[in-house]
Design a protein around this ligand. Structure first.
Ligand code: NAP
Length: 461
């Protein structure tokens, strides 16, 4: 009880501290939204505007003054104005000397100007201490309070004290400041809101390309071929059968592609005998989007599960079962139970269930809320060991699906093998190479290389 009350007492003086006035240049959407939030956090706010007339849109409790008068009242000035209107600030250079100028601006295009807006501001007002912040937060999110997805505020600047003052405001707003270093980082911070799912581009384009390829492949094999040779119309396969063929194929190939760059990196390191030489750019980029590749693979695997669940209620499947039963009844002959087939079918399903379970587990551990709560060794154990186990189960699931028809010449149509056989190429290569890499004669030097050992120091640059 005593302990609690002393905590409350300890908090009281800081919460009643009077906060410094914050000046905001510009009464546009962003200036007003930020001003409203800053007032709510207990800071007095004064706006610097071309027009000192106040309106109902201006947050309650804020003053609207000329730029010069407003700047005199505060040590921190947030410039909520588009970059193309910064010129007028040169006339205020004397008043702004030594003040903290916060650049919140964004551009319309990536690398639109040779220098970042914040560096441009620092050139215009050389005496001011320029800090870049808040550009990744939208006026709408500030106003509606839906900041959950974008609580992080990137901050950069050359003056440590100025940066600290801005980060204090960021924290007071209930946001998380992320110090990105000097003002040189401003360009990257300004480009950030203009990027469109940068890590997802490759996985999504690759998935679209492969899906289109396998769709046409299955179309030729499963619809066009029977139509040409047997005059059978299986066009309805487009709705469920073909998607249910493509989804597991995509899930397996994409999962294998998550592990392929790691295997390639190991081969490159073994060949070069050092880890101190950069991987080729394409490999670096590939490694960076492995999580996204894995999540797309999980989406395909989940779709496969859903499609599989509806198989028993499909009209075509019910027709096939009933016609088989009727033909057996008419010929007064019952097919004996084929134990080999029963084994194959049950093993195929069991491997699929286990593979999907591990797949979901991998997906869950990649969530930041989960991965933040495990240490590096635990994370590696799940993503590497369990990841490979998932790949083994899913590959085995596909191999057993082929069962005793696997590689049989009767399954070829127009010399095209079953699509699932194509999906086995990449996973089998990954698993075989990984298996070879765990042999001590390769694993030991690789471990040493990853610990910093260099085979031929003269070639390491
Ligand atoms: P805005 O609605 O167009 O407002 C900009 C304000 O700049 C105007 O209201 C005006 O304020 C002032 N201004 C316009 N022309 C001027 C000139 N020639 N000289 C001096 N002041 C001038 O823009 P905004 O959406 O608020 O954005 C402001 C800044 O915040 C931009 O740099 C933007 O990139 C950045 N930002 C915006 C958002 C967002 O969600 N909107 C998010 C992140 C960052 P007065 O009439 O009071 O002078």
């Amino acid at each position: 009880m005593n302990k609690n009350s002393s905590n409350i007492m300890a908090l009281a003086p800081t919460t009643s501290n009077k906060r410094e006035t914050v000046c905001i240049f510009g009464t546009g959407d962003f200036g007003r939204a930020l001003g409203h939030k800053i007032i709510q956090s207990g800071y007095p706010v004064v706006f610097g505007s071309r027009s000192t007339q106040t309106s109902s849109l201006i947050p309650k409790g804020a003053e609207v003054l000329s730029h010069m008068e407003a700047a005199q009242k505060a040590a921190i000035i947030i410039v909520a104005i588009q970059r193309q209107h910064y010129n007028f600030l040169t006339s205020l250079a004397e008043i702004l000397r030594g003040k903290v100028l916060v650049d919140v601006s964004n551009n319309l295009k990536i690398n639109q100007y040779p220098e970042s807006n914040a560096e441009y501001l620092a050139q215009l007002v050389p005496g001011a201490r320029v800090v870049k912040a808040f550009n990744t937060v939208s006026a709408w999110a500030l106003q509606s309070g839906t900041l959950d997805a974008s609580r992080q505020v990137f901050v950069c600047g050359d003056d440590m004290e100025a940066k600290q003052m801005v980060m204090d405001i960021v924290r007071a707003l209930g946001l998380t400041p992320l110090d990105q270093g000097s003002l040189l980082a401003a360009q990257e911070i300004e480009n950030y809101p203009l990027q469109l799912f940068p890590m997802w581009k490759f996985p999504i384009l690759l998935s679209l390309g492969l899906t289109a390829f396998f769709f046409f492949y299955c179309l030729i094999r499963d619809i066009i071929y029977p139509y040409v040779y047997e005059n059978q119309d299986f066009s309805f396969f487009i709705a469920i059968s073909i998607p249910n063929r493509i989804c597991p194929i995509m899930a397996l190939i994409l999962l294998a592609l998550v592990y392929l760059p790691g295997v390639l990196a190991a081969i490159i390191q073994l060949y070069r005998g050092t880890k101190y030489r950069r991987f080729p750019d394409w490999l670096d980029k590939w490694m960076l989007c492995r999580k996204q590749l894995g999540l797309v693979a999980l989406a395909f695997a989940s779709l496969h599960v859903l499609y599989t669940l509806v198989i028993p209620i499909r009209s075509f499947v019910r027709w096939r079962i009933s016609s088989l039963t009727v033909s057996q009844a008419l010929s007064n002959k019952t097919e004996p139970l084929n134990t080999t087939n029963a084994w194959l079918s049950d093993s195929y399903l069991a491997l699929g269930i286990l593979g999907f379970f591990l797949f979901v587990l991998l997906g869950i551990t990649s969530l930041p809320s989960v991965s933040n709560n495990v240490n590096w060794r635990e994370f590696r154990f799940v993503q590497s060991k369990l990841g490979y186990l998932t790949l083994i189960f899913c590959t085995a699931h596909t191999l057993v699906y082929g069962g005793n028809r696997f590689l049989s010449s009767s399954s070829y149509r127009w010399y095209l093998p079953n699509a699932y056989m194509l999906s086995l190429i990449v996973p089998c290569i990954v698993l075989v190479v990984k298996f070879v890499l765990i042999f001590p004669c390769l694993d030991k030097p690789l471990t040493r290389i990853r610990q910093g050992w260099v085979r031929n120091p003269q070639y390491s640059e």
